[in-house]
Ligand binder design. Sequence first.
Ligand SMILES: [Fe+2]
Ligand SMILES: [Fe+2]
Length: 169
Amino acid sequence: MASTKMLEALNKQVQREFQSSYIYIGMESYFSEIGLDGFANFFHVQSLEERDHAYRLFNYINSVSGKVELETLEKPKCDYKSPLDALEVTLNHEKFITKSINELMDLAVLEKDHASISFLNWFVDEQVEEEESMDKIIKKLKLFKDDPRGLYMIDTELANRVFTPSTAE
Ligand SMILES: [Fe+2]
Ligand SMILES: [Fe+2]
């Protein structure tokens, strides 16, 4: 059984994961419009992953006798200055999510809520991967800079990403 405070914080994270999902659909729209279908696919999968994260929290809240209250989502941006701009916004957003997960973990530790600590560990690891993968794409984009062949190569690579539900891992 999680505390009321813990449940409220977990509920807030449900909203943040759904908001992340929505932000990445906005990026999918941007990349589709400029013809980078591989990047669009990458953000489509990214969006599905965030929805999966939201449901992971949703199910946990239910399993500890809480109830999810869905919050309003903000309108996401569907236009960016460049692919690099979109990826930098993504990395910054993921850093914000990492901070949010860390705060949840701090609360679980403070409350000696071992079930929530165990549950949140998955998210801590996931955020390391998220920041790493965005950072790698940013590095490649900077490396190729204005070379369209480089951009095409990254786009081809990102077209291969497929969605796997985290529960199937
Ligand atoms: Fe997430
Ligand atoms: Fe994420």
